[in-house]
Design a protein around this ligand. Sequence first.
Ligand SMILES: Cc1ncc(C[n+]2csc(CCOP(=O)(O)OP(=O)(O)O)c2C)c(N)n1
Ligand SMILES: [Mg+2]
Length: 272
Amino acid sequence: MKKEELSLLEEKCRRVRRLIIKEIGHLGTGHVGGSLSEVEALVLLYNKVMNIDVKNPKMEGRDRFVLSKGHGGPGLYAVLAEKGYIKEEDLYTLNQPNTKLPSHCDMNKTNGIDMTTGSLGQGISCAVGMAMASNIRKDGAYIYAMVGDGECQEGQVWESALAASSFKLNNLIAFVDFNKLQLDGPLTEIIEMSPMDKKWESFGWNVINVNGHSLEEIDSAIEAAKMQHKPTMIVLHTIKGKGVSFIEEMGFKNHSMSLTKEQIEKALEELK
Ligand SMILES: Cc1ncc(C[n+]2csc(CCOP(=O)(O)OP(=O)(O)O)c2C)c(N)n1
Ligand SMILES: [Mg+2]
């Protein structure tokens, strides 16, 4: 990736993180940690990788993205607002009555959302179906999806993993946001998921480990994934709450948290 492009995307990541804080801060509470940890992959997909057209959001044969960890909706909405699918002011209606932006993604409500998610395990299963549909149509689309590491404790994820490799879905490129934390605590204290890469490998996927906050590493991994004859899982080693020190330090308690006026100011100061 060229230097200028990299710094442009890094600036977008900072802007998106600021929007996430303002968006959830306006409501007062929400899924802060998992929205902040997914930012680099989403910014890269929507601004460099995916064949999409913001002026024609339902374009036939477009690439699709499924946020299987649907509670990370506020993070994706910030990316969509930055890109122009929705207005910034829409962000300040997050999870309020009659909003277009429910806390979990809804394809019938939000421009730019390709699949309704929130019940963990279902999004990745839909992505498998979408990749199969694209193969039947021969439209050349790539289907991208992101699961949470806690989400991988859900059995349905592994049924979809089996199906994807069995059907050799090389047009399916997925990410796991491996922040090592879920809602109730560290994965090690709930259900251990390490070694995450070996699990996906054993289910027949091509697996690439990357620093999930490195745009360059994620970009190269996606390029490599496109050369494969099977589905790829890019394991994003991330930090839940990435970008704001006091939120990172809270650990799993940042999964769904409230934000005071003072905390919002402090966070925005760090993200300048
Ligand atoms: C089937 C199902 N079970 C439980 C939940 C409740 N839930 C919402 S988020 C979450 C934790 C998810 O953790 P993880 O996948 O690690 O997400 P991240 O760390 O990226 O926020 C749980 C248990 C749910 N949404 N769906
Ligand atoms: Mg997690």
